[in-house]
Design a protein around this ligand. Sequence first.
Ligand SMILES: *[C@@H]1O[C@H](CO)[C@@H](O)[C@H](O)[C@H]1NC(C)=O
Length: 522
Amino acid sequence: MAYQRVVLLLFLTTYCDSANILYAIPFTSKSHYIMLRPIGLELARRGHNVTVITANRETNPPPNYREIMVDDKEIWDVMGGERPNIFTMVNLSAEEFHEKIFWYAGTAFTELTLNSTAVKAFLNEENTFDLVICEQFFQEALYALAHKYRAPLALVTTYGNCMRHNFVTGNPLQVATAISEFLDLDDPTSFWGRFRNSYFTLYEYVWWKYWYLGKQEALVKKYIPGLPQPTPSLFDIQRNNSLMLINSHFSYDTPVAYLPNIVEIGGIHLTKTENSLPKDLQRLLDDSKQGVIYINFGSNVRSAELPIEKRDAFLKVFGKLNQTILWKWEDKTLHGQLRNLVTKPWLPQREILAHPNIKVFISHGGLIGTQEAIYNGVPIIGIPIYADQFNNLLLVQQIGFGRVLRYQDINENALESVLNDVLTNKSYASKAKEMSKRFNDRPMNPLDTAVYWLEYVIRNKGAEFIKNPARNMSWYEYTLFDVYISVAIVVLVSVMITNMLIRKLANLPEFSISIRKHKKVQ
Ligand SMILES: *[C@@H]1O[C@H](CO)[C@@H](O)[C@H](O)[C@H]1NC(C)=O
């Protein structure tokens, strides 16, 4: 065994140039970590020396995987408030959500990261890196680490296509078809949909670029001293990124044009399976011959905080069904309420969704869970609460493997009719199966794809040639505004000159006579 390991290690060190990689993914959110985790571990498995700035400790990390822990604090503590009932966020507009949550929490969280004891000690060490990978999520200050170590920067996001990804890589925005992930528009391509999206894109861009990035710059000055001079702005550091890995796939997302250094890796967390169902759940699901309705609003939303009347609507409808109901419910209030209801404070979602007896997934529409349902071909009833959830679910409804139920509309009748529809109309299940095939039909699985491109950037020392030259142009050069204006000026001036000449000539006596003569000859 030991001998084999040595041979394997030798093989790894000889055949893939092992690189020093810094992977900065400090945001605590469980759902973000589910998606980001496999990248760091796979890079380590392939023999790279991986240093991870993280808030989620691995139970059994490989020796070449070093964790720099962010101080252990809940996002709500960092923001200096109580954890709110997340269901109340359903009423926030995209603008309010940015003002009250993202920008506020993003700044607080970036500061917590940079001010963490272990992170500060790490930044004081002498290290070199061949690649810095950062999550792109309101924590731009960390991109300065790429400049600190003079290493290429790769960005990875838990979202699909978004305005900032396009801006920082010089990719076309495609506002008419690519909707901001935070808007809830019933008809995104209608006039109002495109108007709303244009307005929000502009709003987000102006606040992000001219206000939010300034706050992040201040954090760089405060916590990352001694950067090589001159230090580019955070906007320029981002625009110089080599690779952007995004969490989408055209098989279910809106297809849009991408530059070669924007790579879709949606479904990356599903590539490798490590766990199986716990015995009690396996038995429960196996024995539920009538099928199972699985309900889980994700790691941030707590079902137990549902208002009583909405909770009772669920219970009344579930009570009339033959199926088993499996619900992530965080306390014991529902114990023994219904013969067919099983609640647990936490459930292994991807393993549950892989079970053939799952008939429908009632979900808040988080991207990770939606991808898990797609991967396993499970129809969805989506109740969106915040952020990108409505958009994810609208796609599900448009494609036809599920339906959206607005949180405000939850009552016994609405719930019963949606559930009956999705359970009895076979088209939802068959579309879900088709989606699963489409989603998995790729030349290379998303984990290998991500690692391939990260190693590509290392091999090509930042792959300068892959970056869009447009990112160094001003807006008027990039939009050809200067060209249009010059054409307009030339046209305008020619028209004016022609006009003037005609008038002048028309007034000349010889000219008028010659015209008359000419006419007579004819
Ligand atoms: C691995 O990375 C760490 C930085 O966290 C560095 O101190 C160490 O020297 C690296 N090891 C190798 C073998 O390069």
